[in-house]
Design a protein around this ligand. Structure first.
Ligand code: DC
Length: 231
């Protein structure tokens, strides 16, 4: 590789529960690449709206809020020893954006075209230097169609429901496995059929079904793709 060649961009898309975030963090650490969790951006917009008293169901309000946040550089993803610290107006909101309530908000605001447009340029700017792992839902299709490595990381609904169920039980909740599976299937249907940025693999993405793979196997497979692409 010549010294001026751009290091690859790795686009990781896929449904929730496929282990994408952990995989993205581990791949970025293994390669020394920048990690960009795009879901965190939508989550930060949702939190900022809640704080400003803007309803998540008010498209103009959340659109204006997202544009203002991006214009003043209010949202930052800062590398941290265990992944990323998410900052909103310089304050650490890493944990707060992951509350169940704010997750709902993130899902609502991510369906607003003005929000997606406002975050698009910010996401692309973070890829300009190359050497990045970007995870989300529309990275290979919309944000970085030219990414050198494009993977759609998924697992069967049953495996994702099992992982989600284990997570909830570990938190002290007692959902039934059947209910968890029903939720996973309902969310898949909603995500795949929504009008804006539906969750579908890019035509040139490789689908990586992790149902029967260990975390190490998934990470190794992606690092190998990056190496083959000059990373
Ligand atoms: O990956 P996550 O759960 O942190 O994402 C939060 C929300 O944002 C989720 O409802 C999906 C949405 N999202 C999106 O629409 N596009 C992305 N590139 C990333 C996330």
């Amino acid at each position: 590789m010549s010294p001026t060649a751009r290091r690859p961009v790795i686009a990781l898309d896929g449904p929730a529960g496929a282990g994408k975030s952990t995989v993205a963090r581990r791949v970025a650490a293994a390669l020394g690449y920048v990690l960009v969790d795009t879901g965190a951006l939508y989550r930060a917009v949702a939190l900022a709206c809640a704080r400003a008293g803007v309803s998540w169901d008010d498209p103009d309000g959340v659109g204006a809020q997202a544009e203002a946040l991006v214009a003043r550089g209010a949202i930052a993803l800062v590398p941290a020893p265990d992944g990323l610290r998410v900052e909103l107006d310089r304050a650490d909101v890493t944990r707060e954006i992951r509350s169940p309530e704010n997750s709902l908000g993130a899902s609502r605001v991510s369906a607003v075209p003005r929000v997606r447009a406002a975050l698009l340029e910010m996401q692309r700017a973070s890829l300009r230097g190359g050497g990045a792992v970007m995870e989300g839902r529309d990275i290979g299709t919309v944000v970085a169609p030219d990414a050198e490595v494009k993977l759609f990381v998924t697992a069967s609904p049953e495996v994702r429901a099992r992982r989600r169920h284990d997570e909830l039980v570990a938190r002290g909740e007692r959902p039934s496995y059947e209910d968890t599976l029903r939720d996973v299937l309902a969310r898949d249907r909603a995500d795949e059929s929504r009008a804006i940025a539906p969750l579908v693999p890019a035509a040139d993405a490789e689908v990586l079904d992790t149902s029967s793979m260990s975390l190490d196997e998934v990470v190794d497979a992606i690092v190998a793709r990056a190496r083959a692409a000059g990373g």
